[in-house]
Ligand binder design. Structure first.
Ligand SMILES: Cc1cc2nc3c(=O)[nH]c(=O)nc-3n(C[C@H](O)[C@H](O)[C@H](O)COP(=O)(O)OP(=O)(O)OC[C@H]3O[C@@H](n4cnc5c(N)ncnc54)[C@H](O)[C@@H]3O)c2cc1C
Length: 414
């Protein structure tokens, strides 16, 4: 096995695969190795739809090798350490791979065990999560089997990947209950102070919640689950004092706490929070100039989404090639992310924004109005865009731009 490459990419998910493909397009002879322990590549954004009974889970998974571009060396393995002074990454079993340039694209870590009792009961007792490929179909089963009662949906502290996903499944479930005339006490729990990080969209989502008569419980964090007793325990902080409140449920959808992957957090590449410390515009490491980062594992203060990866991919590839060849233009990333909020099975509120919460929709219509056309976009067009354009390293024209809208909410019919 070769042990040294011009470019090594750690992680072959959305970020790693798309950058590998883009680099190969820019320089077909460039020798690139991609390292990943997973047998499969997952299109995670559709897991929300799977949980809502609107998408086939089998279509969200493809064999890893089929997704990687031709001519790229795939090294199946798990990276355990970085030695940036030696230009080496270390794999499980102590294999050492050298590089001239490194791209870190290892995603975010899901900390299931941070909630006491959760792993013992996931997939049974009405406890589920769309954050696992194998469990998203169980979410749909739980929704269909719900005969009335209490349905709880939880969001952990930020940052998480797809900050909208914890509430998207609430809306899909609420829509199903409403259409089937099932009486439900629906509650959403978040340690945060609002429904969404961008106030412009948060106010519109308050309206969606009240349309479903769902209750938002702010400042509350899930800390323990007792599956057999169907009871969830929430930590509530009031005036700096913490207390625990038990709530019985019939359905519990949990989004796990998330953090920087441990092998990155414990490496010289990490910032104080454990993330790969890159410049938020160039995506180049602030201390190791031959290292770039992309996607959920970096320190950039954007919303961690595949939509962000789509726009980061050309930036990383262009800047890496400029550094490698000493010529060519450079690019910057503006923090773009998008969150298609499935307000019902049939409509989406398409939240698009950049750094500092700048509202930057692709279309001139008020993005706070849920629309059928965005549902089509989410369910049909975006999977196409992901597999056939972004994962192939092709560039998609920039469509988003800053636009102003009146403060008053438009018509919001989920
Ligand atoms: C339920 C859900 C809904 C979502 N909805 C949306 C949405 O609507 N829109 C949107 O844009 N985004 C959405 N996302 C987020 C989106 O999927 C991620 O932001 C995106 O996949 C990030 O890409 P990434 O390359 O950083 O990480 P990933 O795609 O997760 O890939 C990381 C890769 O790194 C590999 N890896 C991990 N550790 C190591 C290691 N030690 N060594 C080598 N390789 C390693 C993993 O195996 C994996 O293949 C959603 C995610 C979920 C879970």
């Amino acid at each position: 096995m070769r042990t040294s490459f011009s470019v090594v990419i750690v992680g072959a998910g959305a970020g790693g695969t798309s950058v590998a493909a883009r680099l190969k397009r820019m320089s077909p002879t460039l020798d690139i190795a991609v390292i990943d322990p997973s047998e499969f590549h997952y299109y995670q954004p559709a897991w929300t739809l799977v949980g809502g009974g609107q998408y086939d889970s089998a279509k969200t998974r493809r064999p890893m090798r089929e997704c990687l571009p031709h001519g790229v060396e795939f090294i199946p393995g798990r990276v355990t350490a970085f030695e940036p002074d030696q230009n080496v990454v270390v794999l499980e079993g102590d294999t050492r791979i050298g590089y001239k340039y490194l791209v870190v694209a290892a995603g975010i870590q899901l900390d299931w065990d941070a909630i006491e009792g959760l792993t013992d009961t996931l997939g049974q007792n009405g406890v589920t999560s769309n954050y696992r490929f194998d469990l998203a179909p169980y979410t749909w089963q739980c929704v269909q089997q719900f005969k009335g009662g209490t349905a709880l949906f939880t969001q952990p502290p930020m940052p998480i990947k797809c900050a909208g996903a914890p509430q998207k499944i609430l809306y899909l479930a609420a829509d199903y209950f409403r259409k089937h005339r099932i009486a439900a006490d629906i509650r959403f729990f978040t340690p945060g102070p609002s429904m969404f990080g961008v106030p412009f969209y948060a106010k519109a989502l308050d309206r969606v919640m009240s349309d479903y008569q769902a209750k938002a419980c702010f400042g509350q964090k899930l800390v323990r689950v007792d599956g057999p007793a169907k009871t969830a325990y929430f930590e509530i902080t009031t005036d700096g004092v913490k207390s625990i409140q038990p709530i019985e449920f019939d359905l519990l959808h949990v989004v796990p706490p998330q953090s920087a992957p441990r092998f990155i957090r414990e490496s010289p590449l990490a910032d104080a929070g454990g993330w790969v410390e890159v410049d938020k515009a160039t995506l180049r490491h602030t201390r190791f100039p031959n290292i770039f980062g992309i996607g959920d594992c970096t320190s950039t203060p954007n919303s961690k989404t595949a939509a962000a990866v789509k726009n980061q991919m050309p930036v990383v590839a262009t800047n890496l090639m400029a550094a490698l060849t000493g010529q060519g233009q450079t690019m910057t990333y503006d923090g773009y992310a998008s969150c298609p909020l499935t307000t019902s099975a049939g409509k989406v509120m398409l939240a698009e924004f950049c750094y500092d919460g700048a509202v930057t929709p692709s279309f001139p219509m008020d993005p706070r109005s849920p629309r059928k056309i965005y549902w089509w976009l989410k369910r049909s067009f975006l999977p196409y865009l992901y597999w056939n354009i972004v994962m192939k390293g092709k560039r998609w024209p920039r469509t988003h731009k800053r636009r102003d809208f009146p403060e008053a909410l438009p018509s919001i019919k989920p």
